[in-house]
Design a protein around this ligand. Sequence first.
Ligand code: TMP
Length: 201
Amino acid sequence: NGCNDKSRGSLIVFEGLDRCGKTSQSGRLVSYLEKKGVPVESWRFPDRSTSVGEMISSYLANKSQLDDQTVHLLFSANRWEKRSLMENKLRSGITLVVDRYSYSGVSFSAAKGLDIEWCKSPERGLLAPDLVVYLDIAPEKAAERGGYGSERYEQLEFQRKVAQQYQTLRDSAWKVIDACLSVDSVEEQIREFYGLFDKAV
Ligand code: TMP
């Protein structure tokens, strides 16, 4: 991407800790873009609908055990198996708004103590996002939000480590938004970032 080609869709990624509001904000951005007439689709990773995704889902629900390296590679494989479809959609002019991507892959695994360069390696060659919206929330605040569910990673201590890892991954595509602002203010800021980004390409 990044080749000033308006006919191509944009790859917009939402990242942040569990309970930061990614899912609802990415949904709001999709509705906004639809209203503007932008061809857009809402995506998420892990994509639990594939057989790799089912293995991940069972692991997250604590119904199966996998070692850290194995599950890391499954998360990555889950993105790789969608790569060509994503590329085709982008080429045909569809913008993809994706809830979690490689940054989650690297942060969550590195938070377990895996070497970060090892974690990044299977992500190399995946499509690079044009815009990353990072919804910034203190782990303690996220934990207060209606509580965590019962999935494997939804624990305060672990989320603290994930937050630290995310900070090391910030790059030029990132826009950081304070996720503790009201839902409407967060939405407005995201629209502003999208507008600036859209003008720039
Ligand atoms: P979800 O709640 O957004 O469906 O994501 C499920 C969990 O999986 C969440 O705690 C983040 C974690 N995760 C990884 O550990 N690696 C990844 O590559 C992705 C996409 C998510």
